[in-house]
Design a protein around this ligand. Sequence first.
Ligand code: FAD
Ligand code: NAP
Length: 541
Amino acid sequence: MTERDSVDAVIVGAGFSGLYQLYRLRELGLTTRVFEAGDGVGGTWYWNRYPGARCDIQSLSYSYSFSPELEQEWDWTEKYPTQPEVLRYLNHVAERFDLLPHITFSTRVVSAHWDDNARCWAVSTDSGESVTAQFVIMATGALSAPKLPEIPGIERFRGRTHHTARWGKDEVRFDGLRVAVIGTGSSGIQTIPLIAEQAADLTVFQRTANFSTPAGNRPLGPAEVAEMKSSYPAWRAAQRTSFSGVPAELPTQLALSVPEAEREATYEAGWAKGEIVSLVSCFADILFDPAANETAAEFARAKIRAVVDDPDVAEMLSPRSHPIGTKRPCLDTGYYETFNRPNVHLVDLRETPIVEFTNAGLRTTDAEYDFEAIVFATGFDAMTGALNAIDIRGRDDLALADEWHAGPRTYLGIAVAGFPNLFTITGPLSPSVLSNMVVSIEQHVEWVAECIAFMRAHGYSAIEPTAEAEAQWVQHVAELGALTLFPTADSWYTGANVPGKARVFLPYFGGVGTYRQTCDDVAAGGYQGFTLTPAGQPAPA
Ligand code: FAD
Ligand code: NAP
């Protein structure tokens, strides 16, 4: 067996999570291999190359904090960087820290089976490679398993098709074409204005109208970048203890406790900031009280009516089926304005659902449409999709996908009972997608590295949560979610976007700072809620 066949750790995925995990494990002296399905690093920023793709957390926050040198040498150019800029950054990180030699690209991990006798994982890939490893770290991404619409006949369509999350590397142009975009989540809302500028004719198929705020994107001046670079240490410390991974003062006032004029002025000020939390962070009760929420929702709808010329189109674009903030809010550049263009049309799929795709386009219950290109902006099987796509077997041949049939069960969103030495970076039931994800990624990666260092220092060969600790965590996360309006929405946060998926509110809503403290306390208490098996002893049944 060579060093490549048997390593200390396998990491699956080479996005923000996998790259940093590799860096930390290498620092510990572990032999580590990373497998990545794409042919380059970047994860989200490698795959989502659609026109208009960019970050919606400000660049100076959405970046690694682990290396002060990296912080100082990298110059972000925009408030919200484009996909190419974030991808350049991650390529720079991979090269700067000499990570590339440890990564096997264009290789998908298809299975990971725990061997209780050998106390290690057997990992197999789609290229036929098999590797054993004491630890497996799933850095597979919360939003990395794209989903197509569940509508018959996609294979019949003879024109071009593109999924926003599987965009090719070559430039895709739509000049002179009749184009359809299906989906109006963050990806659709970012790409529709740019496709509309090229296409002869664009039809947007909308199932659920979403709330979106103008991003107010702009170049960053050198003085602003210099100022941020000088305040990084304090800023990063504040990120770590914040609620969402972005330092911000939390509101204390209730929406209905202030006079209407003051409320509107507060929303105007929030709107002007151009952030995903522009409106939901204006008052303390927006995500808890339906009446408070409605004041923010109506403010947003009035903004849509003020921009969109045709009142019927404005009404179609006005979300009414979910409270604001309970589906991931969107940031845009010229989204609503796009519907004033003569070449852009909107079809409400709640009124007239798509029945099937045809050779030439698609058919709704109302009409047949011909297109030369269809863009699927139909999202992801979020949080569990990439994990369940791998045949993961724990002790006693337990299949993770079966264990999670009624919804994912984890302890702290980072480990699973019955699956020793397996860690899930930003896994389900952790803050993950409710936060600035880079902050949550760094926290998980560091926790995992420290856990492994602890095991090595104390002679443990396996770690696994107890079923009791896991059950309590699952209940705690569900109880926190139930205090909010999130579970009322048909969103990917609840798995409702994937037919047949268990309906569970998947992220932890207690805040990044509180969560970090909980994880730190668990570790400081000798990994409370985990069973640690000393090397040489049989694993607990
Ligand atoms: P990913 O970047 O998803 O990387 C996971 C990698 O694992 C992928 O490259 C995938 O190919 C690989 N992989 C998965 N399964 C396997 C397998 N079986 N074998 C081999 N390789 C595998 N978050 C924010 O906080 N702010 C933002 O502004 C923001 N913008 C986003 C924009 C888009 C378009 C999308 C889709 C997501 C955005 N997110 C944002 C969330 C984003 O996913 C995270 O911020 C972050 O990039 C996730 O990094 P990751 O390494 O955990 O996962
Ligand atoms: P999404 O938010 O899930 O949106 C998918 C869209 O496709 C929704 O409008 C959905 O309608 C529609 N859809 C799905 N299946 C359909 C079907 N069968 N028929 C008709 N319509 C269908 O996915 P996304 O836009 O790719 O974004 C996912 C997440 O990635 C975001 O929420 C965000 O966290 C992240 N992201 C961030 C940015 C950014 O700005 N930084 C950009 C892109 C993505 P329903 O709502 O009715 O399900």
